[in-house]
Ligand binder design. Structure first.
Ligand code: FAD
Length: 700
């Protein structure tokens, strides 16, 4: 036959669900050449996941589309618990806040997955067109057929060690089979398309691929990211597996506009009936309400799969009516429904040779109860994408890629463990009284729910020590191994004490967690900003200098010394910044000081490096902030909330995904430099001298 076309690309992403789109977003924001292929011929329009946790919305803000989510979604404020009373009739037993109070400036909200995919597609198009010649758009109706890794090339930075054969599908092949058979009420009708998806352009309805069905292409890629869902082809092609719980739960899900006298239908509810099972109510945008029901009557057969033909919307709905009785529940409009079977499993490995990665449902599956599927999947590639991008740009060492598995696999394991406990509590029958040992204690359920909410917010994520995160080691584990000498243990303890001292400089900025946000006031124009608004996802590391009371002469002297080192030709900042790029193009330096804003002057009190000068653009007015009151938005109390001393200040290094990498004293410059030496490909100092920079003139 005809010889297939061959091409090269830095990153090939397989699957355009939430995880794949997040990976593509990083490539777009970092200007990396990437392609994203998807077997479906259209984006999805209804159904699937809908919960967005606080951390996900913070991430969307850093990419530039949280405003659209915030406007269109339903904001969840309260969770109501419904349980049987002494007579076995359900009643409201508790109300708790939906999002743990004070944890983020965003609260959990719900919105259709299709809308989120829409905004990703727009955002990827916008940034990839801006940052490279290579606009990234989802190539639909394309299926990978083989994947081969050339092991002899995996350590070579310039090589394309992964070869993937792609085939363009026929129209029928690219049309997704509905998870559940269509019913008259389940089909999306004109109502949905007219009022929800006004900006889903017609092009999304068409098959995107330009090539004829059956056309083949051989792609040579430096990296491949498999985001192709729970039945991942990439995972199978790599010979990797999901491990865990063998039994699959079957969930019925319905998106309806309810007609009901149940008083809490616009609250998120967990309803335990005495004998008829449990149900979750999720109030959604546009009058829609989602009901989740675990279908206990439908059990998998010997092959492990349930007989889907037995599951109908009527069956799901009748189960819901029974649970909510004596309240009445009916509907005329059903937007979407499904029944899906899901086990609690985690991938045994997340990558092969750090060249092919798996993310999202491809490496973890669990119940939809905590609304985590889409969030954790997007957060996987939010963790991975910038690492791949910065390695490709030659900024970071390839070793950092190993942290993807070490950081994210633990999150999936925690999630599965949590989901396991939570599902049991959710699906069990409520205890009739204190001696009913088989029943579920509702107080225990409430406590688990509260803990679950903290976990589900995404804020608990705490990455362990690595070449990207400097914190105390695991000396306790070392101590268990008796053959390890006391020497090792002592060394580890010293490192631990050293770290504890550093962490004490910023008690509200735990190393390994994402930086929390408080308001600070711009020194140049008095505008209040949430600090997180200044942390865009553009692939830059950040140094946040808590300069303290800059008007005190001793403190100013310390800040000046720090800045002189930072500005010196041999500093890591100068060495890592390409000669033709602005000084803040790889590492962005932000300053928050603690002197009264009105007594302080940007140009007089802060060294140039903190507000760099550009001969075409003048001074940069966007980098220095005061921890002070604003005219209209109160006082953020940043130093207090971050636990930083106003006299001493401190320095914080953030990774491009806003996780805290390093905390130290303003005088700890060398220690901070060694952080960057650990993860970046810094040109040697002598190389800088070779190009004619005279080091001696710096210190004055
Ligand atoms: P997915 O969203 O599954 O995306 C994978 C993408 O890869 C898909 O677009 C798929 O078409 C594509 N793909 C697959 N194989 C290939 C291939 N070989 N080549 C190219 N492309 C491929 N979560 C909830 O929280 N609540 C719910 O009610 C809920 N309902 C769901 C119902 C269904 C039918 C499904 C499938 C999932 C549901 N989920 C639900 C889970 C939620 O949608 C996922 O957790 C989330 O979308 C994970 O994102 P992902 O990008 O990892 O995977």
């Amino acid at each position: 036959g005809v010889k297939p076309k061959e091409s090269k690309v830095d990153v090939l992403i397989v699957g355009a669900g939430p995880a794949g789109l997040m990976a593509a977003a990083w490539m777009a924001h970092c200007g990396i050449s990437a392609r994203i292929v998807e077997k479906r011929n259209t984006k999805i329009f209804t159904g699937q996941a809908d919960g967005l946790n606080s951390r996900t919305i913070e991430i969307f803000d850093s990419l530039g589309f949280s405003d659209r989510v915030w406007k269109e979604s339903n904001h969840m404020q309260e969770i109501c618990m419904w349980n049987p009373n002494a007579e076995g009739v359900i009643h409201r037993s508790d109300r708790i806040p939906d999002t743990v109070v004070g944890i983020s400036r965003y609260q959990q909200c719900v919105l259709n997955q299709s809308r989120i995919e829409r905004w990703f597609i727009d955002n990827i198009k916008k940034y990839s067109s801006k940052n490279s010649n290579n606009a990234i758009s989802v190539e639909r109706g394309i299926l990978p057929e083989s994947l081969v890794i050339d092991e002899s090339k995996v350590e070579d930075d310039d090589a394309y060690p992964v070869t993937v054969a792609l085939r363009t599908l026929t129209e029928e092949e690219a049309t997704p089979v509905q998870a559940a058979t269509a019913s008259k009420s389940a089909a999306s009708d004109g109502l949905f398309r007219s009022n929800l998806v006004q900006d889903d352009d017609e092009a999304d309805l068409l098959r995107k691929s330009q090539s004829r069905p059956g056309t083949k292409e051989i792609v040579h890629a430096k990296y491949v990211i498999g985001c192709d869902g729970a039945r991942s082809w990439t995972r199978r092609a790599l010979g990797l597996e999901l491990e865990g719980e063998a039994t699959d739960y079957i969930w019925g899900v319905m998106d309806i506009i309810p007609i009901t006298d149940f008083p809490d239908i616009r609250h998120r509810c967990a309803v335990h009936s005495a004998e008829n099972g449990s149900l979750m109510v999720i109030p959604r945008e546009n009058r829609i309400v989602r009901l989740y029901i675990q279908l206990k009557e439908v059990v998998p057969d010997a092959s492990g799969r349930a007989d889907r033909s037995k599951i109908t919307p009527d069956l799901i709905f009748r189960a819901a009516q029974k649970i909510l009785a004596p309240y009445k529940l009916d509907y005329e409009y059903c937007d979407w429904w499904t029944a899906y079977q899901i086990g609690q499993r985690v991938g045994n490995s997340y990558d092969v040779h750090n060249r092919v990665f798996l993310a999202g449902d491809a490496v973890h599956t669990h119940s939809p109860k905590a609304g985590q599927g889409m969030n954790v999947s997007m957060q996987d590639t939010f963790n991975l994408g910038w690492k791949v991008a910065l390695v490709l740009k030659g900024i970071c060492k390839r070793e950092i890629l190993a942290t993807y598995q070490s950081e994210r696999r633990r999150i999936a394991q925690d999630l599965i463990e949590f989901d396991h406990k939570f599902s049991r509590l959710f699906s069990g029958r409520p205890a009739k009284d204190l001696v009913d040992a088989e029943g579920i204690d509702m107080e225990e359920f409430k406590r688990a729910f509260m803990r679950g909410n903290l976990f589900a917010s995404g804020m608990q994520v705490d990455y362990g020590p690595s070449n990207l995160v400097v914190k105390s080691g695991n000396w306790r584990e070392l101590g268990d191994r008796s053959e390890k000498s006391a020497k090792l243990l002592t060394k580890a303890k010293i490192a631990d004490d050293k770290f504890a001292k550093k962490q004490a400089l910023a008690t509200g900025i735990p190393v390994g967690k994402r930086l929390a946000s408080f308001k600070v006031v711009s020194q140049a124009d008095a505008r209040p900003w949430h600090l997180q608004e200044r942390l865009k996802s553009d692939g830059r590391f950040r140094i946040v200098l808590f300069a303290g009371k800059i008007l005190s002469p001793q403190q100013k002297a310390r800040v000046d010394r720090f800045c002189a080192k930072l500005d010196a030709p041999e500093s890591f900042l100068r060495r890592i910044t390409p000669a033709d790029k602005a000084i803040d193009s790889v590492i962005d330096v932000l300053t928050i000081h603690a002197s009264p804003r009105k007594d302080t002057e940007l140009l007089r009190d802060f060294p140039d490096i903190l507000h760099p000068f550009d001969q075409h653009l003048g001074w940069d007015y966007t980098k220095v902030y005061a921890d002070d009151v604003s005219y209209h938005e109160g006082f953020g109390n940043a130093y207090k909330n971050y636990g930083v001393d106003k006299e001493k200040g401190c320095v914080v290094v953030l990774r491009p995904d806003h996780y805290v990498a390093w905390v130290g004293d303003i005088d700890d410059f060398e220690d901070m430099e060694s952080y960057f030496e650990g993860c970046m490909r810094l040109p040697a100092v002598s190389a800088a001298q070779d190009v004619g920079i005279v080091v001696e003139t710096v210190s004055s």
